[in-house]
Design a protein around this ligand. Sequence first.
Ligand code: KG4
Ligand code: ZN
Length: 388
Amino acid sequence: MKILGIETSCDETGVCIIETDNNSSIKILGNQLYSQIVIHAQYGGVVPMMAKREHAKNLVPLFEKCIEEADIKKELNSIIDKLKEEKIKEILIRENDLFIDLKNLAQRIEKPDIDAIAVTNGPGLEPALWVGVMFAKALSELWNIPLIPTNHMEGHIVVASLIPEPETKSYKLKNTEYPAIALLISGGHTQLVLIKDDLQYQIIGNTKDDAVGEAFDKVARLLGLLYPGGKIISELAEKERNEFPNKLPPYTLPRPMIHSKDLDFSFSGIKTAVLYTVQKIPEITEQVKQEIACEFENAVVEVLISKTKKAIEQYGAKTIIIGGGVSANKKIRNDFEKMSDNLGITFLVPEIKSSTDNAVMIAVAGLLNILAGKKSETDFKANGNLSL
Ligand code: KG4
Ligand code: ZN
């Protein structure tokens, strides 16, 4: 079975094709990702309407590249049925350029060998989500391909179960031992999720204010670093640790809610503490940036570890999963691995390249839902606040 994945929830346009046999082996046949980061960086954050426009501009070219890469593109003069064309035009009524791009493509190629389309329908930026959803609906209509609306956060969870098998250039889907706890850490979310069985999610902890990724990005901005600053903060922190392994931090930041009985988080306090710290320092040198980045990362990771450990103990979890863009963070990956080793439980984390937004995670989530019996849907909306 071949599945096309489409992701447009934020500032990455992702299109991929995965193939699976009955042996839970997954091959990524094509994987195209266009990052809009440079466009948004000058505004210090993602501008939703610009994100939407960029997705619309790039979806058809990325799709074409993806089927080329997957070797399933067949050039042929096709004629679109008039009625089909009208339906597609209606689906893409607010995206005329996208309609024209798709019509041109459909006249040049044969229906590619794709068995299902999985598209992110939330959560995320609604105008951005809509473009992907409309494009997926139009493809589904054009070539009669089943369509599966897919939750972005579920994608971040399931992609952690893809275990690379370098000899065959494929992946095996690891069977998860339940109960599992997933810690989702991204630009928009900080959640602890209890998973008692395949695709059964219960949110047991949430942030009361900022998401972790948001805190990284805001602190980066306070230090005069480019958006999105998570990765830069983490590199500065690592440099500080390597250069001064035994140094006591010259600035101390709070660990909000670390001792609270619940499994919730709060990160806006750390960010405000960084603001006050920065205001007191006459010159923000590279050294100061390193020191603050290091203490900030330490504070965040301590809170994440402490709350996740609490959740693991409370629910007797046998597996810990981390996912979302912030799970690309080296210290988080290392510290969670150590924690899991100490507790004797399985640790699942996506490959670094699959931690941040991509289409593979959506295709895999779509695949698991199809295998669990989910049927094609065409009458669904993009929902910026979609929950697990
Ligand atoms: O999951 P994601 O790609 O997009 C959302 O769904 O939000 O997450 C993006 C977030 C950004 O806030 C970015 O700064 C953060 O992930 N991030 C990192 C690292 N790489 C990306 N944060 C800390 N350390 C990193 N290495
Ligand atoms: Zn994400």
